[in-house]
Write a protein that binds this ligand. Sequence first.
Ligand code: AMP
Ligand code: MN
Ligand code: MN
Length: 327
Amino acid sequence: MASAARYLKAAQSIYIACHVMPDGDAVGSLVALGLTMQRLGKSCTTACADPVPAKYRFLAGVRDVVSRPPAAEEILVTVDVNAIDRLGSLYDEAIFHSRPVINVDHHVTNTLFGTVNLVQPLPSSAEIVYALLRHLKAPPDKDVAAALLTGLLTDTRCFRTGNVTARQLRTAVALTDAGISLAELTELLFNREPASTICLWGQALASAETQGRVIWTEIDREMMRRCRASASDADGLVSLLASTMGVDAALVLREKDDGRIEVSMRAGPGWDISGVAMQLGGGGHPRAAGCTVAGTMAAARERVLSAVENALREQGAVSSQQTAGSP
Ligand code: AMP
Ligand code: MN
Ligand code: MN
């Protein structure tokens, strides 16, 4: 924390980037840090390879987010990025090797690619940014608090994920004390789904299948086209599937524009599917992870389902052995 703060204090120009296909935590962490650095008188660029989804465009600072790689900025900061390839087209090897990189993230699968790695297993990256701002004695103003609370609320699905403790509730109280209306924010984030989202979820739910204790659904390009959907319309669907009674893991397989299959995975309490995601070239958290695989939908389904089933079988065997062996 102290080392990351030192770099930020010393730099006059800063480039901050979040991951491709940004979610609320990526966007919130990005603009919160960007707005604060600007307030401290620094020249600051905020960047994302993909456009910010419409539902987050109410946040201050989003309009200034660019999609270009770093240029002359003195230091580079990544937020909510577990591996450098998650920067997509923003990653430029020569530039990233020639400047200090501050890696601010909360994924257990973080590859510690930074010069400084501010990586803590908290429920959201926004909380780490919040701690960093407090360390810098630059407490959030109303706009920054709204961005940070957006990250916390979206990554915990409104405090519903299994990793939420009193600490997250305290952080939320402190952030609302900056003048945010929790009711207004949750309305904007959770109660205004675009029609394209409802269309896509309807089709995807209607064709969901289960095999053993795994539930999954598949979204192809034709479904995306019929619903005029974009990638962010599928966000959250996998969590709904994972809430099915009697299920240990849920998957959404979605065909991207380039034909590769994006896989979102969720697991119930006590399971860890981050290893499966990593093994398939992705990453994430124990109970929420993802990857992108090449090949047809059918091939991806076979590969991913068998990897998940194997992981559940192995972890189930270990936990029943531990139960049998414990007094
Ligand atoms: P999602 O299912 O897209 O909400 O992602 C769940 C978690 O897995 C998030 O924390 C992501 O950062 C991570 N994740 C998703 N896709 C990938 C990927 N292709 N590579 C690495 N991590 C991923
Ligand atoms: Mn994220
Ligand atoms: Mn996150």
